[in-house]
Design a binder for this molecule. Structure first.
Ligand SMILES: [Zn+2]
Length: 306
């Protein structure tokens, strides 16, 4: 009987997700930054938000402010204000600050986010090929040291990987390790883990295996990954040539309890159900699927004492 109830609890949870990566176009336009970019009207934005917010299987989601796209401080602040207002339309939405380290007013955007009590930060590195180099590291440190220390928070960011300069990649991995050690109270989420940055994910997973007491505050967020596999010779592989089996093992080695589900809807993935369907048929057990889709996110939120 107990076993039966336990199993029922798990299969019930399998239908629930917590999405740690959702966008909303407060300006009604979508910058040409992704391969699926297109113009979006304010009405489409609103409809999209409502379809996400009303999804019965979704319990909570991070709603990212795209203030980081603005080169003007007033416009960036307005984006944060807008995302806070939009998030008030759903108890499921958790509004998240957006900061670009490309613009010198990043500290002012941070102070604005803190005054609005936005939860956590998405830090944008400036362009699609950005690496965690010395300049980016010093600006992230400059942001992190100004965060309130009494509660945990998170920084979500998307790192890429150099295909031409291995030294830059070594430096980037070292910088990420340094960040995670310098700020143990901050949870670092690597967005799109495995997409655009497969070698970086491989390097930190390898480092973790050799240093299992470290990197505990680094999470891998999987938006876009489960949407990027295609079948070649009876095997699912990404466009960069990494197999599903490879990522499953990497996640096991890194710790499946630090793998998060994110949809990136609707910048790269207008229909997040497709990703969930792929994930639920990708060889993970029901319990492991529940971890990625839900339990890890819930634990993550609890650790932030929201
Ligand atoms: Zn995104």
């Amino acid at each position: 009987m107990i076993l039966f109830l336990f199993y029922w609890g798990l299969s019930f949870a399998a239908r629930i997700s917590l999405d740690t990566h959702v966008h909303y176009q407060t300006k009604g336009n979508l910058e040409p930054m992704t391969y699926r970019a297109r113009a979006v009207t304010p009405q489409e934005s609103r409809q999209h938000f409502e379809s996400v917010a009303n999804q019965p299987n979704l319990e909570r989601f991070f709603l990212l402010s795209e203030a980081y796209l603005e080169s003007d401080l007033a416009a960036a602040k307005q984006r944060n204000i807008d995302i806070l207002a939009v998030s008030k339309n759903s108890a499921k939405a958790i509004p998240v600050c957006g900061i670009s380290v490309k613009y010198d007013f990043y500290q002012e955007v941070l102070q604005h986010c803190l005054s609005l009590e936005l939860r956590g930060l998405k830090i944008h590195l400036g362009n699609e090929q950005a690496l965690l180099d010395g300049m980016v590291l010093s600006r992230i440190i400059d942001i992190a040291i100004h965060l309130p220390t009494q509660q945990k928070t998170f920084i979500l960011t998307h790192f890429y990987y150099s295909t031409t300069d291995e030294n830059k990649n070594v430096e980037q991995t070292q910088n990420l390790i340094a960040l995670s050690q310098k700020f143990p109270n901050i949870q670092f989420i690597i967005a799109h883990a495995g997409t655009g940055n497969p070698k970086m994910i491989e390097d930190i997973a390898t480092f973790y295996q050799q240093n299992p007491s470290m990197l505990k505050n680094i999470y891998l967020e999987t938006s876009t990954l489960f949407d990027s596999f295609h079948k070649v010779n009876n095997e699912f592989i990404t466009y960069e040539g990494y197999s599903l089996k490879y990522y499953r093992e990497l996640f096991y080695n890194f710790g499946l309890d630090r793998v998060l589900y994110g949809s990136d809807t609707f910048v790269t993935n207008p229909v997040n159900q497709r990703e969930i369907d792929f994930l639920t048929n990708s060889g993970f057990t029901t319990y492991e699927q529940d971890q990625i889709l839900y339990y890890n996110g819930i634990k993550f939120l609890a650790s932030l004492a929201l």
